[in-house]
Design a protein around this ligand. Sequence first.
Ligand code: SF4
Ligand code: SF4
Length: 209
Amino acid sequence: MRKPKIRELKEAVKSLVSKPYTTKFPYQEHIPFERFRGKPQFNPEKCVGCGACAIVCPVGAIKLEDRIDENRTTGMRKLTHFSGLCIFCGQCEANCIADKLGIKLSREFDLAYFSHGEDAHSVEHELLICQSCGRIIGARKHLVWAIRKIGHLSFAQGILLNINQEIIEIKSGIEDSKISRPLQRTDIFKLICPQCKREVFLLDENIKP
Ligand code: SF4
Ligand code: SF4
């Protein structure tokens, strides 16, 4: 038999006098260590609905769904996290544009469920829809976030200008503006998507889109 090395002897003596690493969970409450990576939780106050977390998640544990009504005038974005699929890597939190506060890994570890779906939790955000073609422009809260980020530069962009009008409570460009058919130059100040805006510019320059 090989003789034990000094290092192994030291380790054996140490473990005789130190507390065990294992706990008596579920018979006793278990408190995870401070940097434990548990279930990611959305913070509806901080999340802006950009969808970056869903894009970076390596296992597709965050699902992004955009739902628009039949008339294509209103819509909602729903982000759902499924803890049954999550590998707790922390990429969603690390890449969250809302100062890493829109989604955060909690210390919750007891994640046993009886069926798929029970492991889900979600946040919802209002979508802005192009008044001309009905395409999705983005989540309203995300655009407000962009305005706060770039400050006065946002007045140079048509969509952000519309949102700015709402924020500073001047006449809202969104509700009462009617889109001309076909699109005209003045329509670039209304709530239209970048594709329609491009169409207006091309028409204005007499170039067929
Ligand atoms: S912790 Fe990782 S696996 Fe889980 S939702 Fe976030 S990015 Fe996806
Ligand atoms: S703000 Fe953060 S949590 Fe919300 S959708 Fe964007 S990346 Fe995800």
